[in-house]
Design a protein around this ligand. Structure first.
Ligand SMILES: Nc1ncnc2c1ncn2[C@@H]1O[C@H](COP(=O)(O)OP(=O)(O)O)[C@@H](O)[C@H]1O
Ligand SMILES: [Mg+2]
Length: 312
């Protein structure tokens, strides 16, 4: 029962960055420029905190105190919001940009869903602690004696609400509470040791995330369904390639928006993973895609229901 869990029990896989495929996936994301910039800066500072020093000396030499408040934030960022809005994509690929910009290698560890354990006493706590131990070890190997880093480690906790559920939720089980505590201890340890490591959490339900976890987050980035401009950006290149006119594209874009006041439109993933394939497969193999048919398919498709937030 107290044997240390094996690495492949903790992480689904590991992703070494930079990586060409990650770069392409990152560039395909639409409408997330601000999120990309904020996340990349925060992760960049973990690897190269002296960059901020240089900046302060150049622009605000009297504001050295400001440095500390920025650099002492816990290395935790939460990506929260609607399903299919690019949280996992961004979390898995942003390290590519940071790795290139800082000229270092970054190893991303996506925490395995099985880390939640099967609810045996102490199991989740043990798995989480082992995952953090491993990340800490890997980060230590990348830190030089002078405090600079030759690389960094990212821990990705996807669908995080299942791990770091609100301790306040009435039905919360003692075992889950212990898991939340192990998680918080793990983040604090990375921060206190000033290691080149960060934790990215993704959740569809920010409200269900433990307040103590939320409070520690250096940043909480919110994700929403695409606006009509963003739907144009996602759909237009594909539809234009299929021979649609601008007016035909506009009709499809309009049909993917909210249909009634207060309703939700299509998610990003509804557009890329459901709508475009449905249009293509409808025409295949008999003939070319037809814009009228495509519009009809769009109108008949129901957008994914929004994930209700709150401590369900
Ligand atoms: N901002 C976006 N721009 C373009 N495509 C997106 C965007 N967000 C999501 N997608 C598409 O939806 C798929 C699912 O996105 P994902 O990151 O898994 O969503 P989630 O927010 O639920 O984690 C992606 O593989 C991509 O094809
Ligand atoms: Mg996801």
């Amino acid at each position: 029962m107290t044997t240390t869990p094996a690495i492949d029990q903790l992480f689904d896989r590991r992703i070494a960055l930079p990586d060409v495929e990650a770069r392409e996936r990152l560039h395909r994301l639409v409408g997330l420029e601000n999120h990309k910039t904020r996340l990349a800066k925060m992760l960049g500072l973990l690897i190269n905190p002296s960059g901020l020093n240089t900046w302060v000396n150049e622009h605000h030499p009297r504001a050295i105190g400001v440095l500390d408040t920025v650099l002492r934030r816990p290395p935790l960022v939460v990506l929260a919001g609607d399903v299919g809005s690019g949280k996992t994509e961004l979390a898995e690929t942003i390290g590519d940009e940071v790795a290139r910009r800082e000229g270092v290698k970054i190893m991303l560890f996506p925490m395995s869903l099985s880390t939640r354990g099967q609810g045996r006493v102490g199991e989740m706590t043990q798995l989480l602690s082992a995952a953090f131990d491993h990340v800490e070890e890997e980060a230590l190997e990348r830190r030089d004696i002078d405090g600079s880093s030759r690389g960094a480690v990212l821990l990705l906790v996807d669908e995080a609400d299942a791990i770091a559920q609100s301790r306040e939720a009435a039905q919360m089980h003692h075992e889950d509470r212990a898991g939340v505590n192990a998680f918080i201890r793990g983040v604090d340890r990375l921060a206190n040791r000033k290691l080149p490591a960060a934790v990215i959490m993704c959740t569809n339900r920010l409200g269900a995330l433990d307040p103590a976890v939320q409070r520690r987050a250096a940043d909480i980035l919110t994700f929403r369904r695409p606006s009509s401009e963003q739907r144009v950006a996602v759909l237009s290149p594909h539809l234009r390639d299929l021979g649609f006119s601008q007016t035909q594209v506009a009709a499809i874009v309009a049909a993917t928006g909210p249909r009634q006041h207060g309703e939700s439109g299509f998610t990003f993933s509804d557009l890329t993973q459901r709508l475009i394939p449905a249009i293509v497969l409808d025409a295949y193999p008999d003939g070319p895609v037809d814009a009228e048919r495509a519009l009809k398919i769009t109108q008949e498709m129901t957008p994914t229901a929004p994930f209700r937030d709150g401590a369900a």
